[in-house]
Design a protein around this ligand. Sequence first.
Ligand code: ZN
Length: 462
Amino acid sequence: MISHAADLWPPVYDPSYRPPDDEPYWNRSRETMPAQERDAVVIAKIQALMRYAWDRAPFYRKRWQAAGLEPGDIRTLEDFARVPTIAKADLRADQLEHPPYGSYLCIEPKDIVRIHGTSGTSGRPTAFAWGAQDYAAIREAHAEIMWSMGIRPSDVVIVCSIFSLYVGSWGALAGTERLGAAAFPFGAGVPGQTLQAISWIRQMRPTAFYGTPSYALRLAEAARSEGLDPASLGLRVMFFSGEPGAGILSTKGLIEETFGAACIDSGSMGEVTPWMNIAECSHRTGMHLWQDFVYAELCDPQTWQVVPFGAGGTPVYTQLERTAQPMIRLVSGDYAEWTDEPCPCGRTYPRFPRGIAGRIDDMLVVRGENVYPSAIEEVLRGFSELGAEFEVVLTRERHMDELTVRAETATQAPGDDLASRVGAEMKRKLGVRATIELCAPNSLERTDLKSRRVRDERHSPS
Ligand SMILES: [Zn+2]
């Protein structure tokens, strides 16, 4: 807990603070603050952060100078929206030039307490450095956010994800410890471990679970293979990151039904720790943006203007409490819509009501409407008469985009009106007209890559 957020940077937290168990908020005044008041706290932190980075990080100073800006010019959040954005590729290039941490390392290398990093699947890996201050801030933020999920000190939290350079597992562990619950860092990824997890869960009776949605479904399979109903395992809260599934309503419903537990979506990106800066509360009305830990702007990916509530864009993140390698206006490349409509929990943070919809690179523009393959999938999953596989084909006929969705049926003889019902739902949810072609079960090519499900033939020579 912190009393004078605007006066003190970086903030210092009292590690012994904890609210009573029946208190719905970890920090009531901070979480329920009127939006305007919070904006004043955020801009004060931004000013302190920018002065800090200007003095220490040539990476930022050069960019801001090139844009004709210095920290003193930033007096409002509108001013801040003029600060140049940075991309993951910029971090990678800077670390290559200034190894190993880049010219945005703002603490002495001897003061680094943890090293994490990207997996490096898309090029040279990027190293993340945390200082002691950063780690304390991650613990505090995650405890506060996990409290909003309904986790309390009496809970036992099993962390079923890999303990490696991946920050997900460590972040869940840090929050669990600070909150005062019992941490059970079980891990994942070792052959045979899922069956072992079942026997340990039966023995230790954890009440909360962290992992990926696909791992939770695998765990359910393992339970059933042992003759157990996954709902009998006793899990009450299951929170996720690393994959979009927990935000997709059909997958969320499946997990909740399977385990009889609340399925909670969380997580922004590895560069942005505390990564739980976007996370659902126990009401599960979409992800709250915990703006006083990490300030998120939702920007139009073409103009980089901040979009109004109700619109969609890509999140751009600024860590307000990070000292080692602060990220200032880092573009996520994800796509979400945002709202400031109130949540029943009483928190005043804006929300991504439907979580992260996908990557902006995956977005299709059909007759001027933004359409995500994940949204098409979501509509199809709502029909039990349809099978698992589908294909999206885009063509252009007489200067008009045509969207065709080929979907496998679950049985050989579906009802006569199935295609028109699916088409009507598609139009209602996505705002575009699609031609629905039903295919026999197992007739479409199987692929693990979602991108292969989309064929855009509009620009190919005919
Ligand atoms: Zn809420």
